[in-house]
Structure formats: structure tokens, C-alpha cells
Write a protein that binds this ligand. Structure first.
Ligand code: ZN
Ligand code: ZN
Length: 768
């Protein structure tokens, strides 16, 4: 398949129905060797075209020039290739009910950028410029079909000049639903901290200038972005960054950095080609890159980590700001930890108003809040870590081998919650909502679920949720459905999400490694090997369990895990090399608790094992956010080096247990302790740990003799682990499935839940 192979979803307006447009499109697509389909949908025609870029461009040219009646491109969005063999006409209006329109927000296109920069253009420096190829979608849509009247842009009637373009089949803005200009479209509004809340101190270009001045003076700017509010400050100003961290109460979690263009990005990070491509793509995601050390970035942007999250402008407003400031800007969501994104000025002022020195807002309402998306390149391919603005919703084709699905909803996990819908042969994964720890975030999760169901005219026949002791996802599933909801085991859902993304339905071995998820046996799981066959999952192997003293407290304080590792491995505690914050007395008290079931759950979590090993490698004491310890361990790896094969005494032992294999990590712990005592440095220790874990993944797959292996769970956000495991497994003859568009972390669980529900219903209907 060529590098320019791709797929796009076109929406055609004008006189499109009853004029023979669908047969025309069918002949043209066949002639050009394109795959995909065409269908009527409301008063429009929807087309999906897949093939080389040149053939797709030729299709568009000839369609617009030679169609039986004049039709115009109302929308064009890149979607994921599906690899169908040919082009189909979908009869009737089946597609209206069956198809999920991929309503993704698109960063400014080349044409709009050119006009934005052109002093002679009437939209010169207009921060809401858009056309049929770019602009907001999901974040402004209130109803479908896709039309301005059904979005929050309905509040801005077109001026005469815009109306002429909108009605002119020869214009790029013919039926461009998001079009606007300075005379008729949304306007900026600025307020400084000394301005009373309701009073706008400046508008238009003066507002933009005031915001730029605020940033240049080291101030913290609250910005109304595309899908939510953000806090920005000068990323080269250590004082501003420190103030932002203190005000947000976010001591170390990395900040994303916004830059104007790829050249500026390349000054801050050594970019791989796939990273540059992802940065400049239409979704404008945050891309994790390997940071160059030192200035111009201030310390404290990504403390203790080798990676930097970079982002190019996602909207014309971000572009104007980034260009005017001229340097990198910290750009982080303007909500307090654990709380949902704010969706209007009143909410934002109430929640985080005091954090900012100035406000740059506007009057285009947000219909559905979306956080910024996050992507990481693994093995040269983009892996979605957060489905947000520009990547939401993710629409995926369900395996053709499965029967068509009734309407289903999955409510996701407790952390990184998101909602999935499925029907027919499609599933849709909605935007990341966040952790469901607070009433406000639970309410937002429910709102987003109801909004997606309303938007896509989706009445679930069955709902599914994570089998988590906390009831938030289950309560929502009960509320949305009429039948009793289905509880899906956490790691089973990870496995199904990964397989579904690849359209794979056969038997497979799923390596499900993450922080924690409720297991089938009353313990906490997180380092599992599951054999998946149809709707069934069987636990084949697992990491040797350890006690999480204090439960959740052990996540924030990975030294507790380190002490459990030392005690299990027969190493002396207190160990002199443990971080000093814990006194010897406390270590002894903790050690004594390890045998007491009341002190905390047993857990087989790979994430916690990595946390504890990070402490033993001397990389961290207490964690300031979930996953920090494991991230530092990966971050300590020497850049670009292949993982070493572990020495024999560091390999995980495969111990037959009553119903499977236990992976014994005590030898690895002893090896790390010895190596550290002998003076090994962090990079060598991190390589030892990663090498041993990769070897265990490969060895278990060989022992269980299963050909197809899926890697699911948050641990597989770790690039070294995924690349090492894939290489080892493929060398041993396995087929390997890894996450791509669907996050490997808990953000992907909802998709696995709807697949599980669909399979359970099909099995029940089939009588087995
Ligand atoms: Zn455009
Ligand atoms: Zn106008």
C-alpha cells in the first residue's frame, strides 16, 4: 500500500438525490480503482473513498465537474482506511440509521491559512476563519444532519458577502457550514483580572493584542479554545511556569507546549518523520516527542521525563496567538485535577477564574466539550493515548464476520472514562471525559453519553460497563438502557478493544498489563495473559501477586510497592538505597503489614510492579500522578538502544499454579538490588527491567503456543515495551496486535465493552 493511501468521508449537498448521483459515483470510483461506498443520508449524499491520494483528488475533480446535476462538497474529513475490496452503493437510506458520521474538528487548512495571512483578504487575521475542509465539528454540533442550523454557529446569520459564497457552487465555501467573517461571525472578548466579570474590556484585534501582551509579560492566560478552556503561559519563562504549577496544584505532571509551526517544534525536540506528520495532521494532537535538553524551554515543563508533549495550532485563534508571541507556550486544560472541562465562561470563571491574569474568550458556544487529543509514535505508527478534539469520535468498522450489532452503549472505566456506541457493523468511541472521582465528572460523563446518543439517534438495546466496585459506570449503564446492563471484566475489555480495532475475531492470547482492574477472583488484576475465544476469556498466566499496603495509597507512594518487592524477594528492608523520605521505622511497620489481608488487596499489576522497580532503580520517591514512576523508568532508558536479553537470574520464572502460570519476578528484584549496590546507573537498570519483562511476554506466548497475541492496557503506552515485545513475538512467529486509533489505556475500554455485549447477545440468540 502506498504512503499516500488514505480514506476520506465526503458530504455532498445541492441537487444530489433522484438525479443518478450514486450510480455516477459508483462508475467513477470503479474506473479510478477506488474502494468505499456511497449512500443517501437525510438530504445529502455521503461518500467514503479509499485509495491513492491522486485518484481521490481526480474523483473529486470529476465529480464536481461532471456530475449529473450540480453538487457541492459540504464537508471532507480524513478517516481511517478500512481496506475493503471495492466500491458499493448502499441502497435506500439505510446508512442514515447505520452510519456514524465522523464529526471531527479540523485544524485550519492551507487555503484558510493563506487567507488568514493575506492583508488583502477580508478574513485577514480573523480567528474563526473556516471552510468546507476545516473548522470545528463535534465540539459545535447539537443535532444531525450536519448543517449550520444544527450547530452553535446558528447564532451567527451569514452577512451578504458570506451568503453569496455559501450559495455559489464555484466557491470553496459553497455550503461550508462553519463559514464566517469578521462582519457576521464569532468575536473575541478580552478581560483582565481587574475587570468585573461581566464587563468586556476589549474585543476583536484589540482583545488578541491584550492577550499577547499578557503572555509576553509572563502572565497566565485563560483561553477559550475549540473544545474547552485552556491555561497558557510563556514556556521559556521559569517564573510563569512555576506560578502556573502552583496555581493549578499540579507539581510535576508534564505540560504540553504549543508552537506555531514544525520548524519551531524541531527546535525543541528531535522529531521522527512520523512525529512531524502527526503534529501537522488535521487533528493537531499533542504528540509525545523526545525533548532536546536545555533552553529555550524553562525547567519544570516535563520534570524527570525525557519526552515533551508538543502541539501545533488546532484553530486559527491558536495560530494567531502562537505567531504573535513568537515562542513556545505552555497550553494545558483549565480545570482543576479530577474536575471536568469547563464549557462556558460562567463555569470557567467559577472553577478556575482565579488562576488566570487575563481572559481571552469568544461567543461561539461549545456544544460538546473535548480535551486536546494525545498521540505517541510507536514502531513508526501513531498510537492514540487520548481521544480528544480532532480525533473524537473514533469510528471503526466492526468485523464483517460478526452479525450486525443491535444498538449498544459501553460506559467505559472509572479512570479515563469515555463512552462507546455500536450498531450494525460500526462502533464509535467518544471523547475522553476523565476520571470519575468527583460528582461533577460523573455528571459530565452522563451528559456526554446522553448527548452522543441523541446526536446519533441511538437508543441502546443493551448497555455494558466495567466490573468495578465503584458504581459510576454501572449506574450510568442502568440509566441509559432498558435491559439489565452487562458487567465486563476490565482486562477482557482491553483485549476485545484491541482485537476489534484490527477486525480480528479468531482465538488470541491477550497480554493485558495496566495499573489495576477488578479481577474475577476477588483480587486486583493488572498483569494478565487471557486466552480469548469468542465471548469467552480464560486467565492463563499472571504476574505473582503482591500486597498493596493501603490500597490506593500505594499508587501515590510507590515506595510501599518497593518494600513489598524487597520483602518478597528476601532482600533486607529497610534497604539503604530506598529514598530517604521513609524512615526505617515506617519501613518496618509496612513490612509487618504485608502478611495482613486487611492491610490492602493482593494485586498482580504490571503497572505497580514497574512503579516499585522504578523506586528500586533510584528514579523516584513519591509519585505526583498515576503512572509517574513507570514513566520515569521508561524515560531512563538510553535513547534508541535495543533492549538487552536479560541475564538468566533476572528472568521471570514461569511457575505452574493450580489453573495457569505464575510469573515470578523475585529474581529480577534481587538482580536490580545487586546491580544498584554494585553501582549500576539508571539507564542500565531500566534496560535490565524492560528486557526481563519483554522476555517474559515472549516466553509465555511460546509456552501457551498461541499464534495471535494482542497487547492491551495502559502499560502498552510504554514504547520500549511495545516495540521490544512486538519484535520478540514476531521473531518467534507470532502475529501481534497493538493499539493504534483506540487507546491501549482505559480510554479504550468502552469499545471492548460494546464488543463484549454484542458477542454475548449473539451467543444468546444463537443458543450457545
Ligand atoms: Zn479551510
Ligand atoms: Zn460574513
Amino acid at each position: 500500500m502506498s504512503a499516500d493511501h488514505g480514506r476520506e468521508h465526503l458530504v455532498l449537498g445541492g441537487r444530489v438525490q433522484g438525479v443518478g448521483l450514486r450510480p455516477f459515483a459508483w462508475r467513477l470510483a470503479r474506473e479510478l480503482g477506488l474502494a468505499g461506498h456511497v449512500s443517501n443520508c437525510g438530504g445529502e449524499v455521503h461518500l467514503e473513498l479509499e485509495g491513492p491520494a491522486a485518484a481521490r483528488a481526480e474523483f473529486q475533480r470529476r465529480l464536481l465537474a461532471d456530475a449529473p446535476a450540480p453538487c457541492m462538497l459540504r464537508d471532507c474529513q480524513g478517516v481511517e482506511p478500512r481496506g475493503e475490496p471495492d466500491f458499493q452503493v448502499i441502497p435506500g437510506t439505510v446508512a442514515e440509521a447505520a452510519s456514524f458520521l465522523p464529526l471531527r474538528d479540523v485544524a485550519p487548512c492551507e487555503d484558510c491559512r493563506r487567507e488568514l495571512a493575506d492583508p488583502a483578504d477580508r478574513r485577514h487575521r480573523y480567528p474563526f476563519i473556516a471552510c468546507s475542509r476545516c473548522g470545528p465539528r463535534l465540539t459545535v454540533t447539537q443535532r444531525l444532519p450536519w448543517a449550520r442550523a444544527n450547530t452553535t454557529m446558528a447564532a451567527f446569520p451569514l452577512c451578504a458577502a458570506c451568503a453569496r459564497e455559501f450559495a455559489d457552487p464555484a466557491d470553496r465555501r459553497f455550503h461550508a457550514e462553519m463559514t464566517a467573517c469578521p462582519d457576521c461571525g464569532p468575536q473575541l472578548a478580552w478581560a483582565g483580572t481587574n475587570t468585573p466579570a461581566a464587563e468586556v474590556a476589549a474585543t476583536g484585534t484589540a482583545a488578541l493584542a491584550a492577550a499577547v501582551a499578557c503572555l509576553q509579560a509572563g502572565g497566565i492566560l485563560m483561553l477559550k479554545g475549540v473544545g474547552g478552556y485552556q491555561l497558557l503561559c510563556d514556556a521559556t519563562d521559569a517564573h510563569a511556569v512555576t506560578r502556573l504549577r502552583a496555581r493549578k496544584r499540579r507539581p510535576r505532571k508534564p505540560f504540553a507546549v504549543l508552537v506555531a509551526d514544525l520548524a519551531a517544534a524541531a527546535r525543541l525536540a528531535s522529531l521522527e518523520p512520523a512525529e512531524a506528520q502527526a503534529l501537522a495532521g488535521p487533528a493537531a494532537p499533542i504528540v509525545l516527542t523526545r525533548a532536546r535538553n536545555g533552553p529555550p524551554l524553562a525547567d519544570g515543563i516535563h520534570p524527570g521525563l525525557a519526552w515533551l508533549g508538543l502541539m501545533l495550532p488546532a484553530s486559527p485563534l491558536h495560530l494567531l496567538l502562537a505567531e504573535a508571541v513568537g515562542g513556545p507556550l505552555v497550553c494545558t486544560s483549565a480545570n482543576l485535577a479530577g474536575e471536568p472541562l469547563c464549557r462556558d465562561d460562567a463555569e470557567a470563571r467559577a472553577a478556575v477564574g482565579a488562576l488566570a491574569d487575563g481572559w481571552l474568550s469568544h461567543d461561539r458556544a461549545i456544544a460538546l466539550p473535548c480535551d486536546d487529543p494525545v498521540v505517541r509514535i510507536i514502531d513508526g505508527r501513531p498510537v492514540t493515548l487520548r481521544v480528544g478534539r480532532g480525533l473524537a469520535p473514533q469510528v471503526i468498522a466492526l468485523p464483517a464476520a460478526l452479525p450486525p450489532s443491535p444498538p449498544l452503549v459501553g460506559t467505559g472505566g472509572h479512570l479515563k472514562a469515555a463512552v462507546a456506541l455500536a450498531r450494525g457493523h460500526e462502533a464509535l468511541l467518544g471523547p475522553h471525559v476523565g476520571d470519575l472521582d468527583t460528582p461533577a465528572s460523573r455528571a459530565r460523563h452522563a451528559q456526554v453519553a446522553e448527548q452522543l446518543c441523541r446526536l446519533y439517534h441511538h437508543t441502546p438495546a443493551q448497555t455494558a460497563h466495567d466490573r468495578h466496585p465503584d458504581d459510576a459506570g454501572a449506574a450510568l449503564a442502568r440509566r441509559l438502557g432498558t435491559a439489565p446492563p452487562l458487567a465486563v471484566q476490565h482486562h477482557h475489555a482491553h483485549a476485545l478493544a484491541c482485537a476489534a480495532e484490527h477486525g480480528y475475531t479468531g482465538p488470541l492470547l491477550a497480554v493485558c498489563w495496566d495499573g489495576t482492574g477488578a479481577g474475577d477472583d476477588g483480587t486486583v488484576w493488572g498483569g494478565e495473559w487471557l486466552a480469548i475465544d469468542g465471548a469467552q476469556a480464560r486467565r492463563m498466566a499472571w504476574l505473582m501477586p503482591l500486597r498493596l499496603v493501603g490500597g490506593e495509597a500505594a499508587i501515590r507512594d510507590p515506595r510501599r510497592v518497593a518494600i513489598a518487592l524487597l520483602a518478597a524477594a528476601g532482600c533486607p528492608t529497610p534497604w539503604p538505597a530506598l529514598p530517604e523520605e521513609r524512615s526505617p521505622l515506617a519501613t518496618e511497620a509496612l513490612t509487618a503489614l504485608l502478611d495482613r489481608p486487611s492491610a490492602g488487596p493482593l494485586c498482580s499489576s504490571a503497572g505497580r510492579l514497574l512503579d516499585g522497580l522504578a523506586v528500586l532503580c533510584g528514579l523516584i520517591g513519591t509519585a505526583s500522578f498515576d503512572g509517574e514512576a513507570a514513566m520515569r523508568l521508561e524515560s531512563a532508558l538510553p535513547a534508541g538502544a535495543a533492549l538487552p536479553a536479560p541475564p538468566a537470574d533476572a528472568r521471570l520464572g514461569l511457575v505452574p499454579a493450580n489453573s495457569g502460570l505464575t510469573l515470578d519476578w523475585r529474581g529480577l528484584v534481587r538482580r536490580v538490588v545487586t546491580a544498584r549496590t554494585e553501582g549500576s546507573e539508571a539507564p542500565a537498570l531500566a534496560a535490565l527491567v524492560h528486557g526481563a519483562l519483554v522476555a517474559a511476554i515472549v516466553e509465555v506466548a511460546g509456552r501457551l503456543d498461541m499464534r495471535t497475541v494482542a497487547l492491551g492496557g495502559g502499560c502498552f503506552q510504554n514504547r520500549a515495551l511495545v516495540e521490544g515485545a512486538r519484535r520478540g513475538l514476531e521473531a518467534a512467529g507470532h502475529q501481534v496486535l497493538v493499539a493504534g486509533r483506540i487507546p491501549p489505556n482505559d480510554g479504550g475500554l468502552a469499545l471492548g465493552q460494546v464488543v463484549a455485549a454484542g458477542r454475548a447477545l449473539a451467543a444468546a440468540a444463537g443458543g450457545h
